[in-house]
Write a new protein. Structure first.
Length: 123
């Protein structure tokens, strides 16, 4: 099932986010990231968000990627938003998370992705 395309762009569904995650996990992360939960959120305040819990060993559990359906995105915008959240996921999953949400490692990876893959990942 294809995502709804409106005059201005794409309004993502959970299935669409899953399909894109699956593709980007292969393209950018060598399929290292386990499939998280996907939630479409109904707010304009937050475009995308990654969240998770941690077990007693410090490993993440219950990872969630949320994307707002209150905007119509271009293909490139939706890709950048999902990959942005996947960067957060990757750093947490590989135990490289930092105290600040967009710390030095996150910014370095975003810059690398932008230069190598032509993405436009922003804070």
């Amino acid at each position: 099932m294809k995502e709804p395309v409106h005059k201005k762009g794409i309004i993502p569904t959970e299935i669409d986010i899953f399909n894109r995650f699956y593709e980007y996990n292969s393209l950018f992360f060598q399929n290292k990231l386990p499939i998280p939960f996907f939630i479409v959120i109904h707010t304009r305040k937050t475009i995308g968000r990654f969240s998770c819990e941690y077990n007693e060993n410090g490993d993440i559990k219950n990872p969630i990627i949320e994307i707002s359906d209150r905007y119509e995105y271009t293909e490139a915008q939706l890709k950048d938003i999902i990959v942005h959240e996947m960067l957060h996921y990757y750093l947490d999953y590989t135990h490289q998370n930092e105290p600040q949400e967009h710390g030095k490692r996150w910014k370095q990876m975003a810059l690398f992705f932008n230069e190598k893959f032509g993405t436009n990942i922003q804070i």
